[in-house]
Design a protein around this ligand. Sequence first.
Ligand code: DQA
Length: 140
Amino acid sequence: MILIVNGPNLSQLGARDPAVYGSLTLEQILDEARYDAPDLRVFTSESEGELITRLHVARDDGTTAVVINPGALTHYSYALRDALEMLDMPKVEVHLSQTAAREEFRRVSVISPVVDATITGVGGFGYRLAVQAAQHLLQR
Ligand code: DQA
């Protein structure tokens, strides 16, 4: 089963800077992603520690692949990176915005080196693409 993990501030989508992130809520975005994977699991937290603990649990709870939008943790959380590195399964990083075209600090992802694929700049639709990518990697 695919697990989608959302980091800080993604719970605020819809209200949060719609010019950058679009006007869909996280629930609406997830509904679209469920089109291809009705049995998605989702975990959303503002807290780095909770995200890391959820990834530990994912090693042994039937999770087969992870799609993660780490929010700003993308740019500096070596702890989240290490937790992802421990997971031996397909992992896809997703960002709504085109991070490479934004502020300097967003151009670095400490997460990308430990995932199989990264999807950026497609808005909420990127979640659906990320789920499809995870499914493809699982079949490979
Ligand atoms: C984001 C990009 C990050 O830089 C930012 O801190 C977010 C959202 C995205 O989905 O575009 O919280 O991960």
